[in-house]
Design a protein. Structure first.
Length: 241
């Protein structure tokens, strides 16, 4: 236990040092890793559900349990490419957003003799009305431009983003306001990007779990290529707060 604590302490200390000396690079790489991990988790959950559903319609009661375990093929290249959204956009933009809003809003509140509750509430509203929609729309544009098996024409990419933005926001508003409240009241400034990315990972896992339940209730897909494409499009790594 002591060795584990010492190792954890070194990791946390090293990460904190990098946040101080190379904040943008560190936060961007962290965002890339968590978005890529989220994509891999999404693939596993959705493929497991699809394979299990397919086998349940064909398996006989005499088969051993081990023969019914799902076999999935994770697309690491897809995850790495999807992670570029975190590296090039989510991480850097989050860094500057949290840095400046934590300066601008408290100064404005102090100048008008407003309470900390008003200051935090203002940051929360700004986060949900501006940052969240911006990140969500940017994600759909990026996903539409990099996903295999679909049209990458600018008009089609924009149309898919327009079709998905409102349903994604409405679903996200059941989770992200609470996460953002914790962000602006509990999490230290340097760790807010990491916290937000971690919340994105948890949220995406939840969405994939819901999608997996739907897959289990549907007939098995006809082709593996169609399955892989639809599974990756169903998973939506939230990028916000």
């Amino acid at each position: 236990k002591q060795m584990a604590r010492a190792w954890a302490g070194r990791v946390v200390g090293g990460y904190s040092h990098l946040l101080e000396t190379r904040p943008i690079v560190t936060k961007s790489l962290s965002a890339w890793a968590l978005v890529a991990l989220s994509d891999l988790t999404s693939q596993y959950i959705l493929q497991s559900a699809a394979v299990t559903s397919s086998r349940s319609t064909q398996a006989s009661p005499s088969l051993r349990v081990t023969e019914r375990l799902p076999v999935v093929a994770l697309d690491y290249k897809h995850a790495a490419v999807r992670g570029l959204y975190g590296l090039l956009f989510l991480g850097p933009v989050s860094h500057f957003w949290f840095k400046h809003i934590n300066i601008i809003v408290p100064r404005w509140a102090a100048r008008h003799s407003l309470s900390r509750v008003v200051s935090v509430g203002t940051m929360l509203v700004a986060d949900q009305l501006f940052l969240f929609p911006c990140f969500t729309y940017a994600y759909w544009l990026f996903a539409g431009a990099t996903e295999d098996g679909i049209s990458h024409k600018p008009r089609d990419v924009i149309q898919r983003a327009n079709d998905n933005i409102i349903p994604t926001l409405l679903t996200g508003y059941t989770f992200w306001p609470v996460a953002a409240l914790v962000t602006y009241t509990v999490i230290p400034l340097n760790y807010r990007v990491l916290w937000s990315n971690a919340m994105s990972y948890l949220w995406n896992t939840y969405l994939c779990s819901l999608a997996a339940k739907q897959i289990k209730q549907q007939p098995p897909p006809t082709t593996s290529a169609t399955t892989a494409t639809s599974q990756r499009q169903t998973a939506v790594p939230k990028a916000s707060s």
